[in-house]
Design a protein around this ligand. Structure first.
Ligand SMILES: [Zn+2]
Length: 337
């Protein structure tokens, strides 16, 4: 690990990279573009390990695959390969010229120690200042034959057009639900009904699915959120405020909390429209879903879903937590019978 065969989804990227390895037409610079936790780093590491493997398997008709046993693979796996360099930066939110100089420019002219390639991996490349990007650009434009740059980013907009045009851009795609399901059940031993909920929240993002599956708070958040939503129409304002204190006091991740609420109301909307429980995420809560679906109207449920979105946006832009949540819960109370 990480090996090509262990990459979940991302078929196009796998094909592009393994054919580059098979044909020897490796670009000098790749950009892995995708949202946080979508698996960019895993793929970059798998690519680097395979490129440097001493006994890479290239059986006809199959993709090249690192042997996972040679000296180079062992070094790559433990992040101790002298020819795989992880570019570090000193300040948390910016990658400056000095970081590029120290991490790349000062060493890039030194030939690889033991391999055919020398690979630089830079995470969060969008944090590079324009000056840093320009410093890097000169090297990407005329790189030594052995140099390969893997830039990982969640935003290509932050990169200069001149940098982008020199790189092969690989866009991470959402992982199909059935691949996520197989992975969670077979590799992470997640029970099936819990896997379904994780998949619903993950929206094609493997890292998110895994984080939900392994989050010990998840069951607590789920129980708390469900009980709130089932009872909110009977609660008075002071009870709602108490619940609010409970949520923040428990240290729950409020985004997870709001996600669970959003999935619940989507279920209600879906059930209201189709009367079919087979596609519901919270199938095991069917009687409560049925009840709310019958007693609330479409506009009300849609308003709640909208309010959940608004609350998430507000919290992201640091609007006061209590105010945002109070507004949200009152909107829910008003629109749900
Ligand atoms: Zn190997």
């Amino acid at each position: 690990m990480p090996r090509f065969s262990e990459i979940v989804g991302q078929k196009d990227i796998k094909e592009e990279l393994s054919s580059a390895i098979a044909t020897g037409h490796v670009s000098h610079a790749y950009i892995f573009h995708g949202e946080p936790r979508s698996g960019k780093e895993f793929i970059a590491r798998a690519f680097a390990q395979t490129l440097l493997c001493e006994k890479v398997a290239e059986a006809e008709g199959t993709l090249p695959e690192a042997c996972d046993e040679c000296h180079s693979c062992a070094q790559a796996k433990s992040r101790n390969h002298p020819d795989i360099i992880y570019v570090q930066h000193n300040k948390p939110n910016t990658i400056g010229v000095d970081d590029v100089r120290e991490g790349i420019l000062e060493t890039v002219q030194i030939k690889p120690y033991s391999s055919q390639y020398k690979i630089y991996i830079m995470e969060e490349a969008e944090k590079m200042t324009p000056q840093a990007q320009n410093a890097l650009l000169k090297t990407i434009e005329e790189p030594p034959a052995y140099a390969v740059f893997l830039l990982l980013t969640s935003s290509t907009e932050a990169l200069l057009p001149t940098v982008l045009s020199r790189c092969t851009v690989l866009n991470m795609m959402p992982v199909p639900d059935e691949d996520l399901r197989r992975y969670l059940i077979n590799e992470e031993n997640v029970p099936e009904n819990r896997a379904e909920i994780c998949i619903a929240f993950a929206r094609g993002n493997l890292g998110r699915a895994k984080a939900f599956a392994n989050n010990e708070d998840f069951e607590k958040i789920r129980t708390n959120a469900l009980s709130l939503m089932k009872n909110i129409s009977r609660m008075d304002t002071s009870e709602i405020m108490n619940t609010l204190k409970e949520i923040s006091g428990a240290g729950f991740d409020i985004n997870d909390y709001l996600d669970i609420m959003a999935v619940w109301y989507r279920d209600i909307l879906l059930f209201k429209a189709t009367h079919d429980m087979n596609h519901l995420i919270f199938r095991d809560e069917i009687s409560s879903i049925q009840k709310v679906a019958q007693s609330s109207d479409y506009e009300g449920i849609e308003e709640i879903i909208q309010a959940l979105d608004t609350a998430k946006c507000r919290l992201r832009s640091m609007v006061d937590y209590e105010l945002t949540m109070e507004l949200l819960l009152l909107t829910i109370k008003e629109n749900q019978d």
